[in-house]
Design a protein around this ligand. Structure first.
Ligand code: ATP
Length: 256
């Protein structure tokens, strides 16, 4: 699905990503962890063709960067982020915002069919947002807005879905509801490959079978979440000592 080979990215003489070699295979869902400034957003920008690697090769969905149409490729990648949230037109109804995902636009400027609208309504319902139909986006809670944006990303039927800190700003219960929805969506047949960026290990649900640990623009470790999520790895990964508290299938990391 995704292959980075020896990718580096230099901006204004600063090495932001160094020697990134990373492969995402079909059926894998990745959590991406790294402290502020470790390079997570830059990695994702390269993946979506918003930034170009200084050296190395990137292949996404079988397309080699440099030999493919990036706008066409981007249609197959959904990215839910705070940057997107800031651009949404708040007076639109939830279902119209979902519908706009079909056109990868912020408002709706193209003709759409009754079937398109029905698909948007269905996706909103699938994301647990049935009761949001008809409500203006700016009247919704942050958790409800996230559901709308996830449904919007799914409207384009992407093969890769990037969820970039989707739980930030959510209260405890809204967060659990959103995580349940994400888990359910991933378990559906033909679900996209999900890349889930977070600072909070307890959000790494069992569906995230793979883990990428980024530190100072480099891959510190990558592989099975089960193998990497332990105190010995995380104590070396983080600059300070941490402890893991396990609660069912969830792992809470706290400063020791
Ligand atoms: N356009 C740019 N010009 C110069 N430096 C940049 C640019 N974009 C990012 N950086 C730097 O690259 C480093 C990595 O930034 P990036 O946003 O990728 O980190 P991040 O892991 O996503 O951080 P956060 O968790 O805070 O969102 C930071 O030191 C940042 O200041």
């Amino acid at each position: 699905m995704i292959k980075f080979q020896d990718v580096s990215f230099v901006k204004e003489q600063a090495a932001i990503l160094k020697d990134i070699s990373w492969q995402v295979n079909a059926g894998e869902h990745w959590a991406i962890l790294g402290l502020n400034g470790s390079g997570k957003t830059t990695l994702l920008k390269i993946l979506c063709g918003y930034e170009w690697p200084t050296t190395g090769h990137v292949t996404v969905l079988g397309e080699h960067f440099g030999q493919t149409s990036i706008p066409e490729l981007r249609k197959q990648i959904g990215w839910v982020s705070s940057a997107l949230k800031a651009r949404i037109k708040g007076w639109e109804t939830a279902e119209k915002i979902v519908l706009s995902g079909k056109f990868a636009s912020i408002g709706i400027y193209e003709r759409y069919s009754d079937d398109d609208l029905a698909t948007a309504v269905q996706l909103l319902a699938d994301c647990g947002g049935k009761k949001l139909i008809g409500s203006a986006y700016n009247t919704l809670s942050q958790g409800q807005q996230q559901l709308v944006l996830i449904a919007r990303a799914l409207m384009a039927d992407p093969r890769v879905l990037i969820l970039d800190e989707p739980c930030s700003g959510l209260d405890l219960f809204a967060r659990e509801e959103l995580l349940e929805t994400v888990s359910r969506l991933i378990e559906r047949p033909h679900a996209p490959t999900v890349l889930y960026v977070t600072h909070h290990t307890e959000e790494i649900l069992p569906v995230f079978n793979s883990l990428l640990l980024l530190r100072d623009g480099k891959i510190y470790a990558q592989g099975s979440t089960g193998k990497l999520m332990n105190e010995s790895v995380l104590n070396d990964f983080y600059p300070e000592k941490v402890r893991i508290i396990s609660q069912g299938t969830r792992q809470y990391v706290i400063k020791a």
